[in-house]
Design a protein around this ligand. Sequence first.
Ligand SMILES: Cc1cc2nc3c(=O)[nH]c(=O)nc-3n(C[C@H](O)[C@H](O)[C@H](O)COP(=O)(O)OP(=O)(O)OC[C@H]3O[C@@H](n4cnc5c(N)ncnc54)[C@H](O)[C@@H]3O)c2cc1C
Length: 425
Amino acid sequence: MHDSYDVIVIGGGTAGVVAAVQAGRAGARTLLVEKNGILGGTLTVGGINAPAHFFAWGAQIIGGIGWELMCRTWTETGTPIPTADASRDTPCPRHLSMDKVIHAAICDAAVLEAGVELLFHAMPAAIEFADDAWTLTVCTKSGLQMTRAKVLIDATGDANVVALAGYPTVRPDIVQPATLQMRCAGYDPDALDYDALAQAAEAAVAAGTLKNTDIAWQGSNPAPFLWRWGSNANHLRAPGAETSEGKTAAEIEARQALLRMYRFCRQQPGLEGLYIASCCTEVGIRETVTIVGKSTVTAADYEAGRRYDDALCYAFYPIDEHLNDGAGINGRGLGRHVLPTVPRGALLPAGSRFLLAAGRCVSSDREANSALRVECPCMAMGQAAGALAALSARTGLDPEALPLADVYALLREHGAVVPGDVTLG
Ligand SMILES: Cc1cc2nc3c(=O)[nH]c(=O)nc-3n(C[C@H](O)[C@H](O)[C@H](O)COP(=O)(O)OP(=O)(O)OC[C@H]3O[C@@H](n4cnc5c(N)ncnc54)[C@H](O)[C@@H]3O)c2cc1C
């Protein structure tokens, strides 16, 4: 680490990688600090390699660096690059997918090519703003180290930096459930008696050896779990996962749920040979906290497709609130040709200067957040935050005061789709 940077991005996940690459490519001396030893966050470590949605209503609405990283991954793996065609008439386009291991390696390369310094296995321990600069104390394997930055980007998903800097966050009483991504194998899904399995699961839930959320989103019926080879199936309660204590509890609960599911399944006819072929090392968290922004996206604005005066990017996904009691999803698709946007104010913690937050913790009410949290809007927010931070460091202007025309010009230079660029016909 050097003594000072223009921009420090904390969190090298879905939003943070794109933010760091954008800041680095725009000429900012940039450091990316990540607590794990791999980039990509929920996209890679959480096992959710299903970016949604670059396309809406037949148009590409999110592009730029996030899209470029996906295309590099698809090109590397020989996968055809998807087009907008299939999204033309549906509020629920097909989720894309990519190889998460290759993607993580592509992210490493892109970050380094952009001249960004990368520090794995490190977390901020203290943050202070004084004399127009941030002092960041980072906990590394060799102890505490201090550095400075003109602008900070919180891309932790959990608003850890915003909270450390002393700005408030919103923590709902109930949050969406978490999911431990795994892949089961060792059975033939076509040879199973699903009625008998549902009865056995109900009995196990009644006996307390299985929770109704261990293998299913809705009730205790294990059929979808088994059809999907266990993928993206359990729904675990994970309150307070923005803290080390809460995340620890979530990790333990996730693996205990896996163990309950494993023991239950292996007692059922046809599943005696079930085994865990792969499992993510970190539980996937859908919701923790949001920042209190200079503006906040509401579900009403989101569903109306409001074009904010300071809109930075588009977003497109149904309202998608997973319920944490095994009762399924509160979901609503967007109306035809509705194209929501994300305002600059939602990335700026109220009362702060030279501080941005991008990704899942964007200032938004719970229903709007259930849609904004998905991967492509997180990438688009990340790129916008990287551009704002680089311009802010260059000019000395707070991100809020930067002329939008300059921000848009930089974003377009790096391939981003800016609100107003898309015409639906
Ligand atoms: C089970 C599940 C299914 C989902 N399904 C989909 C889907 O199908 N399609 C879709 O598009 N989206 C889906 N999502 C949503 C989406 O994956 C996430 O909301 C999104 O990836 C979050 O991006 P982010 O950049 O905000 O956070 P993340 O990608 O989680 O990145 C945060 C990064 O910050 C790091 N970090 C955290 N705290 C610190 C700290 N204090 N110091 C340093 N580093 C830190 C983390 O290690 C991580 O690398 C799903 C989410 C879950 C959990």
